[in-house]
Design a protein around this ligand. Structure first.
Ligand code: KIV
Length: 311
């Protein structure tokens, strides 16, 4: 397989400085919206880099959008590390967040710290994210104390979607909103530098973020959060089929990919590809010498050519 003339070095410097945690806090204080997106490989990272986003999350949504699993539960830490390494090669300036997959942090503080360290050391992400409140608050505290910054995630937490009653908005009752608020305050109290709010009614988000000091990043949580995040494949129209209510399509890349692939199939079948522009030439004298070689008696029948493997 060939990648043609595409470069596989990191994208050119954009003139922007790498995004830092104090800068995110300053953006929140100044009311400058924080832009976050997911990425799972080198090309998606370079797109995020070139578009100037502030935070790139190597999300466990990779399980569904790039690995084809039905939910986020099956993705392993090893799989997340492979994806994270590829993302790192495509990023210079955005803050890179490594998502801790289900099973990589819940069982104990030791496990959580060890796996957070693996994500940072092996992928080059600067910070990690883990989902939910409850026991995750203790795990977040342990990871923060080990020196790795943590982003929290409340509301719809896909790793525990079954327990939450499915992929649906959270905090729609007063009781649910209180739980969500307590989780967010607890995550802030143990030192999370930011918190994702997923699928939460806009008015509930607005009321909770007023009580928080750390930046919040919303996905389906309305406009009150300090930033917004969307899944790369959803916003660019790479995913097909039903998408969540909160997704806005900014492109229809899947349609363009299928149309391009169909044209390629037709061109090959109708012998319109490759064209003269796509082939390499050879000096006529070299070609003539090669033909002379092929015309030798011993090569008269290539099928009966007596090939001796090297010892
Ligand atoms: O994995 C992911 O993509 C996420 C975002 C939805 C925040 O956690």
């Amino acid at each position: 397989m060939s990648s043609g003339s595409r470069s596989h070095t990191a994208p050119p410097p954009s003139g922007r400085q790498p995004v830092t945690l104090p800068q995110l806090a300053e953006m929140k204080a100044a009311g400058d919206p924080i832009v976050m997106v997911t990425a799972y490989d080198y090309p998606s990272a370079t797109v995020a880099e070139e578009a100037g986003v502030d935070i790139v999350l190597v999300g466990d949504s990779a399980a569904m959008v790039v690995l084809g699993y039905p939910g986020t539960e099956p993705v392993s830490l090893e799989e997340m590390i492979v994806l994270g390494k590829a993302v790192r090669r495509g990023l210079r300036t955005p803050l890179m967040v490594g998502d801790m997959p289900m099973g990589s942090y819940e069982a104990s503080n030791e496990l959580a710290v060890r796996n957070a360290q693996r994500l940072v050391k092996e992928t080059g992400c600067q910070v990690v994210k883990l989902e939910a409140g409850g026991i995750s608050v203790e795990r977040a505290r342990a990871i923060v104390n080990s020196g790795i910054p943590v982003m929290g995630h409340v509301g719809l937490t896909p790793q525990t979607a079954t327990a939450l009653g499915g992929y649906k908005a959270q905090g729609k009752t007063a009781q649910g909103a209180i739980k969500l608020c307590e989780d967010a305050l607890a995550l802030q109290a143990v030192g999370c530098f930011a918190i994702v709010f997923e699928a939460v009614p806009a008015a509930i988000t607005e009321a909770i973020v007023e009580k928080l000091e750390v930046p919040t990043v919303g996905i389906g949580a309305g406009p009150a959060t300090a930033g917004q995040v969307l899944v790369f494949h959803d916003l660019l129209g790479i995913t097909t089929g039903r998408v969540a209510k909160f997704v806005k399509r900014y492109a229809e890349v899947n349609e363009a990919m299928v149309a391009g692939m169909r044209s390629y199939v037709e061109d090959v079948r109708s012998r319109h590809f490759p064209e003269p522009d796509h082939v390499y030439g050879v000096e006529p004298a070299e070609l003539a010498d090669f033909r002379t070689y092929l015309d030798q008696e011993s090569l008269a029948s290539a099928k009966s050519w007596d090939w001796e493997p090297l010892p």
